[in-house]
Design a protein around this ligand. Structure first.
Ligand SMILES: NC(=O)C1=CN([C@@H]2O[C@H](COP(=O)(O)OP(=O)(O)OC[C@H]3O[C@@H](n4cnc5c(N)ncnc54)[C@H](O)[C@@H]3O)[C@@H](O)[C@H]2O)[C@@H](O)CC1
Ligand SMILES: [K+]
Length: 215
């Protein structure tokens, strides 16, 4: 069953109000995406993985992925597309603060795309269901960098720039090899398999009762 983005936000909020906090949904989302990646590659040890992180909860999922991938022995670099003070949500902030205590993950901020290594894998955690309007900087430059770089690309929830409700694209958008979306498929995502690549919808622990009155 495919759901709307509005239904997803309502289910998320109801689950949160039941006590299954958004930070736990985020944890399960990031962990599920990492499992798909590890399954794909067999082993991510020593792989250069570059994670682009937006300022909302799509980025937060990327931050969770950074911690899990470090646990698998990957060489992880996080590029936060802004400054830590401007991270928008409590859950993302919490995950950033953990990474600050982890020298095994390299943290970069601001959005420069001048990297001194070639990534084997890029994780696109720039924009998810919160997208609106044309893509602004520094997100636009990050999306251009991703599209110009020849490596494996995983989209968190939806390729950034693709509207998960309508399937329409903004002025720029990423083209990925795999997309891992969460809880249930959103209506617009499967319309653009050319951008999503392999597509998975992963459960993230939200109680089914959180759907009551919504679906
Ligand atoms: N709904 C759920 O149940 C869950 C959602 N999660 C994640 O949370 C995401 C949604 O998080 P948010 O609601 O924080 O939204 P996003 O993280 O998708 O984006 C919101 C941020 O992007 C900025 N923005 C929006 N459009 C832009 C544009 N065109 N150019 C530049 N900046 C733009 C906004 O100012 C805002 O800061 C989902 O896609 C998913 O990845 C997960 O943590 C798991 C649970
Ligand atoms: K994304």
């Amino acid at each position: 069953m495919e759901i709307t983005v509005e239904q997803m936000y309502n289910i998320e909020n109801k689950g949160h109000d039941m006590g299954f906090l958004k930070k736990f949904m985020m944890e399960n989302a990031g962990a599920a995406a990492v499992r798909r990646l590890v399954e794909k590659f067999g082993n991510v040890e020593s792989k250069n993985i570059l994670i682009f992180v937006g300022m909302g909860n799509n980025g937060g999922d990327g931050l969770v992925m950074a911690r899990h991938l470090a646990g698998y022995g990957a060489k992880v670099t996080v590029m936060l597309l802004g400054t830590p003070e401007n991270i928008k949500t409590e859950e993302s902030n919490w995950n950033w603060s953990i990474l600050e205590k982890m020298p095994s993950v390299k943290l970069m901020t601001g959005g420069s795309t001048d990297f001194n290594f070639n990534p084997d894998i890029i994780v696109d955690g720039i924009l998810g269901t919160g997208i609106s309007g044309e893509i602004r900087e520094p997100y636009a430059s990050a999306i251009n960098y991703i599209n110009q770089t020849n490596c494996y690309k995983l989209a968190v929830d939806v390729p950034s720039g693709l509207d998960p409700q309508t399937g329409e694209t903004a002025n720029i958008y990423t083209k990925c090899d795999m997309t891992v979306t969460f809880h249930k498929m959103k209506q617009g995502i499967p319309k653009r398999k050319d951008l999503t690549g392999e597509l998975f919808a992963e459960k993230i622990g939200i109680p089914p009762e959180a759907e009551e009155g919504i679906l």
